[in-house]
Design a binder for this molecule. Structure first.
Ligand code: 5AD
Ligand code: SF4
Length: 470
């Protein structure tokens, strides 16, 4: 069946479940782990559920359905899932709630085996390639009272037109591609999300035009490797149409930059090895593309980078940063770093600190290396002891925090363009927004500013946020 007909079929299942729910308002909870791509998948699951008559609750005690969208990039997500399943067992026994688990972790056989063995009360297991079939699977579980496992190991298709319920009404995420071809040796993603597949340019543009009509101001483009957008399609000779001359990530940015109503464009994550000049030029020339670029470093040592299969050296990374800083005025950078990759010596770790010192990132997302079953990194013999990994992590953290304070100081006294997002979570009398460089700014102002980009003078810095005034 082609993807359009598959989506139509799922729409029929949505109607069937809705009919079952006709005289009641069942409730669901959803717990999402992991990255923004997973969050975007959850928005689709919520969209399907709400079209089936469900409403969301935060309290699993009153839920009729509990849904998990899992991540498997690091091991703490596993502990979280199994802890939660232990809690839900009682609700299953007392009230027979439906429990469904989906997402990346379900693509790992050792995990689904463990669930089937130790948590046999789970009703639906589905993977990353079968998310669109959630209505059908839910219908079958309700009607036939069967336990269902719907996980396939091949590259899933891209299904357009699934319902979606977005988290906010100012910022929206748009997935532009699925999967990854890079096989960094620590990373599980290529095994659980399959090979790179890009959405067609016209589908992305329509989605963003529609978001603009709904009043969304900021778009974040998502993919595991956004700067190889359409590369696989080029290689396979797939016709991706002729929407606004889009044939690459750079041309996609330029086309989105022209969409009226959208004020800011962000994207995660690019890979340094694919950061071509046309993308740098597009960021520089597109006024709506934010000048904060997330450029995952992972390690600052060329030997470790080679072992990680990252395909760039320390020098190449630094040269790329230099080139970007020269060509993109007001550029700021954020990054991901892994400490304690197998075989990493003290001296090699210090190269990472060195790059952090040189580049002065706006934000650093730091991770302790976590062994992932099935990856080359897991089979390496020279694993670093936990204690040592933690020590290195703490050293990196101390450096990053001291740099952050220094960097925050630079904002004080400047005027920043801030997109106002809403009330501050910690103080309802204040508003919160973000600068182009994604820094949180808290300030006093009236509610009618929400959704607007305004000028704020920064008056003080507080590590995780800045204070501003009109
Ligand atoms: N251990 C620790 N961190 C990891 N990441 C990916 N895989 C692992 C792993 N096995 C980090 C990388 C990536 C980010 C999303 O998660 O830094 O960029
Ligand atoms: Fe994982 Fe590397 Fe692909 Fe990113 S580029 S998803 S780190 S394999």
């Amino acid at each position: 069946m082609d993807t359009a007909n598959e989506v139509k079929l799922q729409e029929q299942y949505i109607e069937k479940v809705k009919k079952i729910n006709q005289n009641k308002i069942p409730k669901y909870t959803i717990l999402t782990m992991g990255c923004q791509l997973n969050e975007n998948d959850s928005e689709k699951l919520c969209g399907m559920l709400e079209n089936m008559g469900y409403i969301q609750t935060q309290d699993s005690k009153e839920a009729d359905l509990a849904l998990f969208n899992t991540c498997c990039v690091r091991e703490n997500a596993e502990d979280k899932l199994f802890g939660k399943l232990g809690e839900l067992k009682r609700l299953k026994e007392e009230r027979g709630i439906i429990i469904a688990i989906g997402g990346c972790m379900m693509q790992e056989k050792h995990i689904t085996d463990k669930i089937k063995q130790s948590y046999p009360f789970v009703d639906i297991l589905f993977g990353t390639h079968t998310l669109h079939k959630f209505p059908e699977n839910l219908y079958k579980t309700i009607e036939e009272k069967k336990k269902l496992e719907d996980i396939i190991d091949i590259n899933g298709e891209i299904y357009e037109g699934l319902p979606i319920k977005r988290e906010g009404n100012i910022k929206a995420s748009v997935t532009i591609m699925n999967g990854c071809n890079n096989f960094c040796s620590y990373c599980i993603v290529p095994y659980v999300r399959g090979r790179e597949r890009s959405r067609m340019p016209k589908d992305i543009i329509y989605e963003i035009e529609d978001l603009a009509k709904q009043g969304y101001q900021e778009i974040t483009l998502l993919g595991q490797n956004v700067n190889s957008y359409l590369r696989a399609e080029h290689e396979k000779g797939i016709n991706f149409g002729d929407k606004e001359g889009i044939h690459s990530f750079a041309t996609l940015l330029k086309a989105i930059n022209k969409i009226d109503g959208i004020k800011r464009i962000r994207f995660v994550s690019p890979h340094p090895k694919d950061f071509t000049e046309d993308v740098i030029e597009a960021i520089a020339s597109c006024n709506k593309v934010c000048k904060l670029v997330h450029l995952p470093l992972q390690s600052g040592n060329s030997k470790v980078l080679k072992e990680m299969n990252r395909k760039y050296t320390k020098e190449q990374y630094l040269a790329l940063v230099k080139q970007m800083k020269e060509k993109i005025p007001n550029l700021t950078l954020s990054t991901d770093i892994i400490v304690g990759f197998p075989g990493e010596t003290e001296k090699e770790f210090e190269d990472t600190l060195d790059v952090v010192r040189q580049v002065k990132f706006e934000q650093v997302y730091m991770f302790i290396y976590s062994r992932r079953v099935g990856t080359p990194g897991d089979k390496m013999e020279n694993q670093i002891p936990e204690e040592q990994k933690h020590k290195r992590f703490d050293r990196l953290k101390a450096l990053v925090e001291s740099q952050m304070q220094e960097n925050n100081q630079k904002y004080v006294g400047t005027v920043q363009k801030v997109l106002v997002e809403g009330e501050s979570k910690n103080n309802k009398d204040l508003l919160t927004g973000r600068t182009d460089s994604n820094k949180v700014v808290i300030f006093e102002g009236s509610e009618d500013l929400i959704g607007k980009i305004i000028d704020l003078k920064i008056i003080s810095e507080h590590m995780w946020y800045l204070k501003g005034e009109m």
